[in-house]
Design a binder for this molecule. Structure first.
Ligand SMILES: N[C@@H](CCC(=O)N[C@@H](CS)C(=O)NCC(=O)O)C(=O)O
Length: 218
């Protein structure tokens, strides 16, 4: 049995979306970020990233993690690559070259996009750590112009990242690009990225995750 630790309003969304794509049954333990609670350590606080019970699962104090029949894994993108490969099908790499490409796009998104796209969330939408700073958001938009141009060009060929079909690489990249949605200027300048993200988010498996996310406490 697969257990996914993390609320949908976290990077666990990526794993929940992928599990729905694969039709995998799973149990979700709604571990929430500690800084979204008034007192994460109070008796009776909901399970969160500082709860001793969760720190036994993930000593990094981060969500998501999974427990897949005893295999405990952290890191949302690695989890998705693992689950896709384990269960096979069109989301997974069909050969070692595709495996390399899917890993490369995932790391590209994690290192070249996410540090900036998350700053667009924090500084244009909601910052749990302090006041919003429009200068940080603007700097993030500036930093993302290059990666968005690269992505736009990659998608120009057939609208997907690897193998001419929707794969785990699209999920991993799309969930990181989503954090930049509060910067519409980036998407206006990259129409292929805009169309690709809309198509990814129109998928029934994404919608299912998104509807569950909307029911969570904001
Ligand atoms: N690189 C990690 C990052 C995990 C991460 O930072 N998750 C956030 C929530 S999205 C978290 O757990 N923060 C700790 C906290 O806020 O208590 C991954 O992709 O899984």
């Amino acid at each position: 049995m697969l257990t996914i630790y993390g609320v949908c309003r976290s990077r666990a969304s990526r794993n929940i979306w992928l599990a729905h794509e694969l039709g995998l049954p799973f149990k979700q333990v709604p571990v929430i970020q500690h800084d979204r609670l008034p007192d994460a350590e109070a008796a009776g606080a909901p399970i969160n990233t500082r709860s001793p019970a969760y720190l036994k699962i993930n000593p990094n104090g981060r969500i998501p993690s999974i427990d897949d029949d005893g295999l405990v894994l952290h890191e949302s993108l690695a989890i998705n690559l693992y689950l896709a490969k384990k269960h096979g099908g069109s989301l997974a790499p069909s050969n070692v070259a595709e495996d390399g490409e899917m890993g490369a796009w995932s790391l590209w998104a994690a290192t070249g996009v996410e540090p900036h796209s998350i700053n667009i969330v924090y500084h244009r939408i909601h910052n749990p750590k302090g006041p919003k700073d429009p200068r940080i958001a603007d700097a993030a938009v500036e930093a993302l112009k290059g990666p968005f141009a690269v992505l736009d060009q990659a998608l120009a060929k057939d609208g997907h990242l690897v193998g001419g079909r929707f794969t785990v690489a699209d999920i991993n990249a799309a969930e990181i690009v989503r954090y930049a949605e509060a910067a519409p200027e980036l998407f206006e300048a990259a129409p292929k990225v805009k169309a690709w993200l809309a198509a990814c988010q129109a998928r029934p498996a994404f919608r299912k995750m998104w509807e569950a996310r909307a029911k969570e406490v904001a």
